[in-house]
Structures are given as structure tokens and as C-alpha cells.
Design a protein around this ligand. Structure first.
Ligand code: SAM
Length: 394
């Protein structure tokens, strides 16, 4: 039942890919056919939505507060047939490769690629080149930091070359997001790029050597053949608001944030690519302005518990069946496995399962710290009770 390794995706903290082959996949296989729709309320990398869309004959609704996450999900659940990757290669990749050659600074960027500078001088010259001018949003915002100048020009050209609409656009955008994620000179996320220090400099060199076009082509091959059995939908918005409009027959999957830092801090580069633009960036992480970075009550220590309880209350009132995954221990957003299970038992009949998974420590500022560690993660299956809860929110 698990998705094959070749069906790769973005580098993602807390992706449920591993869990799909370790308990979660089996549970979904059993539960999904008993319901009329599968709702992935915090879809993230989209792997769970892809899995259910591809393996079941139920429609999927994938929701996330960030546009890029919905874009990743849509590339698979929005289609009921395969697409030919070679057609997209000539429609999307080849024109972008050509366009690069005529872009200002392409020559300088390529010359920098082939020079054996020391890391400090190399990144310094790259940052100066990208800081001086250039019209592309990725060149301007992230060139010399997450990407070499030539990689940044390539991503900008690919953004310009995206098909205007339809399944072609969705597949190409997802392939670009996956390539950009896998080529970024950063750990599993883009909160901060690697810096040209003695220890981290080698990671910049490794990342800047990657050919964006080859990564896009590889991702195209992988996504094109994947599709849903029944067409699904995506929605960009707050899970709390969307939950209020779900139906009794829905099977709702909840894999909420566990960090006390907004996800938009870690994935703003992908969000910029999905939106096609961003304002003036600042800080070591090259963050877009706060107004462009979605914030969530689930990532605020003082609000996460209230938000989680409100979500469960809302779904229990409708009568939905719910699957929750959450780390068993204490998390930095103030929730813990224990609190999550206690709240769940208040509103549902609960079956508890545990699996060993891997999840991200959300590495903080120490870029060389091992960003993933083993952790005990729980799966809760929540069935509606006959008890009626009051109309007022908890
Ligand atoms: C733990 S991740 C989900 C990982 C996902 N299940 C996977 O396998 O990749 C949590 C996700 O919730 C999203 N999120 C945070 N707050 C949200 C909210 N209020 N409504 C909808 N999505 C939200 C984040 O953007 C992030 O993608």
C-alpha cells in the first residue's frame, strides 16, 4: 500500500511518507472505503492525499494554509489520468532552458559556476551579482543564498514558462516545487540557507552544483504517471474555518503542526514559487514580509490547545470520523501526545495505535544539527459518539 520511493516529493519536515508504510497506510486502506470523501485538513507535502487519491475510489479534499502545499496535492488528486512527461518537457522545460541564454547575467552566472573560488568569495560574488539587479523574483530574493545565480535564473525562467492553466500547469508547478526544494542550499527546509563557514560551506557547493532542469525532468516523470481514481479538490485556508463545512460521511485526517514556529517560516521559498511573487525579503533567512507569511493558531503556544479543541468539537458536532497523528511527547507548540489524546477522548470514541516514525526537530538555527530523529508517534482513530455537545464553542 505504501507509495514507492520513486514517487518523491519536497524535502518536508513531518511528512507522513514513512508512516504510510508503517500502520497509517493500512488504517487508511481499511477506513477510507467506509466514507464518502477523504479530507486531509493539513496536507503539507501532500503525500497522504496522493496516497488516498491514487489508491482509493473516494474523492479527496486537501487543505492547507499555504498555497504551495495545495499546489502539490492538486498535481495528483486533481487528475484522473496520466500525463506524458516528454510533452511537458518540450512545452515547459525546453523553452525555459532557451530563455536562460538570453537573460541578463546568465553569462556571469555561468562563469561563477565554473570558478573554483573559496566558499566565502564565491558566495560573496554570487550575492553581489544577484543583489545588483535582475528582474526575476527568485534571482532577486534568493540568488546567492538558497540558490546559485544560475540556478535562480533557471527557476525564474521555469516560472515564466509554466503552462497557463489546467493539469499541465499543475503538474509542471509541482515538479518545479519539488526540484526547488531538493536543490536549495539549506537543510530539510528553507528557514535559513547554509552559510559559507568552514563546516557548512561544503553543503553550499554540493547544492549549487545541482542542475535544476534535470531535477524538474525527474520530478515530471514521477508525478505524471500518478493520478487519482476520482477527481479531488484542494482549498487554501484555515482548517478551522473549512472544518465547519464538512459532511458527516467525511473521513477527516488531522496531522496538525507540532512546532511553536509558523510553517511559513520554513517554506517561504516554495510559497514564493507557488504564488509567483514576493515582497522585499529580509533577514538571514530572506523572509518575505510578515503579511505574506500565513500564521496559524496551531503554531502559537498560547492558542494551539484551544484551536485543537475547537477543531475536534466542530468535527464531532458534524459527526465525522477522524484520524489524528501526533508525536507522543511534548511539542514546542504547547501540545503533547497526552493532551491531544485527552481532548480527543472528550469528543469521540477513541482507538489508539502507536508507530515508530521519524520526524523533524525543526532544526532551529543550528543548521548542522541532525534535523530528523526517531520518535514515537501516535495514530488515533476517532469515531463519533452518541453524546451531544452544546452549540457554543468549547
Ligand atoms: C505536520 S504538517 C502536515 C504534514 C503532512 N501531513 C505531510 O505528510 O506532509 C502541518 C501542516 O499544517 C499546515 N497548517 C498550519 N496551520 C494550519 C491551519 N490553521 N489550517 C490549515 N493548515 C495549516 C502547515 O502549513 C503544514 O503544511
Amino acid at each position: 500500500m505504501a507509495l514507492a520511493r520513486s514517487e518523491s516529493n519536497v524535502k518536508y519536515m513531518g511528512s507522513k511518507r514513512r508512516m504510510l508504510g508503517n500502520g497509517l497506510g493500512e488504517l487508511l486502506h481499511r477506513e477510507v472505503p467506509r466514507h464518502s470523501r477523504f479530507v486531509d485538513l493539513f496536507c503539507g507535502s501532500g503525500v497522504v492525499s496522493w496516497f488516498v487519491g491514487n489508491k482509493s475510489s473516494n474523492p479527496v479534499l486537501a487543505v492547507d494554509i499555504q498555497e504551495y502545499a495545495a499546489a502539490l496535492a492538486r498535481a495528483v488528486i486533481g487528475r484522473t489520468s496520466g500525463v506524458r512527461p516528454y510533452r511537458l518537457k518540450s512545452l515547459f522545460v525546453a523553452p525555459a532552458e532557451l530563455a536562460c541564454q538570453t537573460t541578463p547575467y546568465w553569462r556571469e552566472a555561468k562563469a561563477l559556476d565554473s570558478m573554483g573560488f573559496c566558499q566565502v568569495e564565491w558566495t560573496g560574488r554570487a550575492r553581489t551579482l544577484c543583489g545588483t539587479a535582475g528582474s526575476g523574483v527568485i534571482f532577486r530574493a534568493y540568488g546567492g543564498h538558497y540558490y546559485s545565480p544560475s540556478q535562480a535564473i533557471a527557476i525564474d525562467a521555469l516560472m515564466q514558462s509554466l503552462p497557463a492553466e489546467g493539469a499541465d500547469r499543475e503538474v509542471c508547478l509541482a515538479a518545479l516545487l519539488i526540484a526547488a526544494s531538493n536543490c536549495a542550499a539549506a537543510p530539510g527546509h528553507t528557514a535559513q540557507p547554509f552559510q559559507p563557514t568552514k563546516t557548512a560551506g561544503m553543503y553550499i557547493k554540493e547544492a549549487w552544483k545541482k542542475d535544476i532542469f534535470s531535477y524538474v525532468e525527474k520530478a515530471l516523470v514521477e508525478i505524471c504517471s500518478l493520478h487519482a481514481q476520482v477527481q479531488g479538490k484542494t482549498s487554501v485556508g484555515d482548517a478551522l474555518a473549512i472544518a465547519a463545512n464538512l459532511a458527516r460521511d467525511d473521513l477527516v485526517f488531522i496531522d496538525p503542526p507540532y512546532a511553536g514556529v509558523h510553517y511559513s517560516r520554513f517554506y517561504h521559498v516554495l510559497e514564493t514559487i507557488a504564488r509567483g511573487q514576493c515582497g522585499t525579503v529580509s533577514g538571514v533567512g530572506r523572509y518575505p514580509p510578515p503579511a505574506e507569511r500565513p500564521a496559524s493558531a496551531f503554531s502559537r503556544k498560547g492558542e494551539s490547545m484551544g484551536a485543537f479543541e475547537k477543531l475536534l468539537w466542530s468535527l464531532s458536532k458534524i459527526g465525522c470520523t477522524v484520524i489524528v497523528t501526533f508525536p507522543a511527547g511534548e511539542c514546542s507548540n504547547g501540545l503533547s501526545g497526552k493532551t491531544v489524546a485527552t481532548l480527543a477522548a472528550r469528543y469521540f470514541r477513541m482507538e489508539r495505535m502507536g508507530v515508530d516514525s521519524k520526524f523533524s526537530t525543526l532544526g532551529g538555527n543550528n543548521l548542522l544539527r541532525n534535523a530528523r530523529k526517531s520518535i514515537h508517534e501516535m495514530i488515533l482513530l476517532l469515531r463519533p459518539t452518541r453524546r451531544k455537545f452544546g452549540l457554543s464553542t468549547p
